[in-house]
Design a protein around this ligand. Structure first.
Ligand code: FO1
Length: 315
């Protein structure tokens, strides 16, 4: 089938596969619905880290080494901010800052997050649709020994150190699905749903927590395929391995597949983790082995092709 593809994505790893999908699918055949649970208000600006990771990666502007923000960045604004004694725990590069300024004034002028995101994507020359999961604010919070903490405080300022006993998505229930995500889910020509290799607990669960999203995904009789963010039982970046250990989940891909349960039909795992395949199949999931490490745009495209082939999507 050569219809439309809906991808659910968080930042970094998810954004890389989303960019691969964007490159191999003809313009207009992809909608990427992005987690906004990591969003926050900082120094009067609305920051949407995962949307920006997807925008920058699709536009080829992302910094691969740092994993977030833009390549060829400079930090003059942060230096000056420090001199003024302002908060400096969250780093905003000079080029990246333009995105936050553009987003913030447009939101304040009355545009929705969907409209602003579409404007940013078009301005950066992106020909596929990037949509937030919801236009209503949803804020991920983690419960640690210090009580409930906003996600970015825990992630950046506390460097994910405090153990997390619970995660909640403030604003859900009640957050309305974004028009672009609702439209993609209702498309007659929807051929597949791809869950990108993002953190299931912190990046995909917030999308599933938006009113009606999980049900709408379950109701679509198209292949739903998740790409595991683990290689050799570990996440390359971010706090996923730590969260799994804190939950006493020690079976890697099997725990990821169980977390998604009946939502996904099929899981793509790294070729090196082939030993996990029998248990995954026993659990009711089809399994595809692929090279899931994405170091370059060519890697992203290769994985995108493998994922689409596994989902039966024609190019
Ligand atoms: N991550 C950090 O570890 N430190 C930072 O100072 C930081 C700044 C930042 C600014 C803009 C942006 O879009 C992302 C930024 N990130 C930073 C990454 C961000 O916190 C995470 O990538 C995501 O929220 C997790 O997916």
């Amino acid at each position: 089938m050569n219809g439309h593809v809906l991808a659910l994505s968080g930042g970094v790893g998810g954004a890389k596969l989303a960019a691969g999908l964007a490159d191999v699918l003809a313009p207009g055949r992809l909608t990427v619905a992005v987690n906004t649970g990591d969003d926050f208000e900082h120094l009067g600006l609305t920051i949407c880290p995962d949307i920006d990771s997807v925008l920058y990666t699709m536009a080829g502007l992302n910094d691969r080494q740092r994993g977030w923000g833009m390549a060829n960045e400079s930090w003059h604004m942060m230096e000056q901010l420090r001199r003024l004694g302002e908060e400096d725990w969250f780093n905003l590069g000079d080029r990246d800052l333009a995105t936050h300024i553009a987003r913030t004034w447009r939101l304040r002028a009355g545009s929705s997050l969907s409209q602003v995101t579409a404007h940013l994507a078009t301005s950066l020359g992106i020909a596929q649709q990037i949509v937030p999961m919801s236009d209503n604010p949803v804020r991920t919070q983690v419960h640690t020994g210090n009580g409930w903490t906003d996600f970015q405080r825990w992630f950046v300022s506390e460097q994910c150190r405090p153990a997390v006993s619970e995660i909640r998505f403030a604003g859900t229930p009640g957050a309305v699905i974004s028009p672009g995500l609702a439209e993609a889910l209702a498309r007659e020509d929807l051929a597949a749903i791809v869950i990108c290799p993002s953190n299931p607990f912190l990046s995909v669960d917030p999308v599933l927590a938006v009113d009606g999203v999980r049900e709408a995904l379950m109701n679509r009789a198209v292949p739903c395929i998740a790409v595991s963010p683990l290689i050799g039982g570990r996440a390359l970046k971010g706090p996923l391995s730590k969260l799994l250990a804190e939950r006493d989940l020690r079976r890697g891909n099997i725990d990821i597949a169980q977390h998604y349960g009946a939502l996904v039909d099929s899981i793509v795992i790294d070729r090196g983790d082939a030993d996990d395949a029998p248990a995954l199949r026993e659990g009711g999931h089809a399994v595809t082995l692929a090279e899931t490490l994405m170091r370059s745009a060519a890697d992203q495209e290769r994985l995108a092709r493998d994922v689409l082939a596994a989902a039966g999507v024609e190019l």
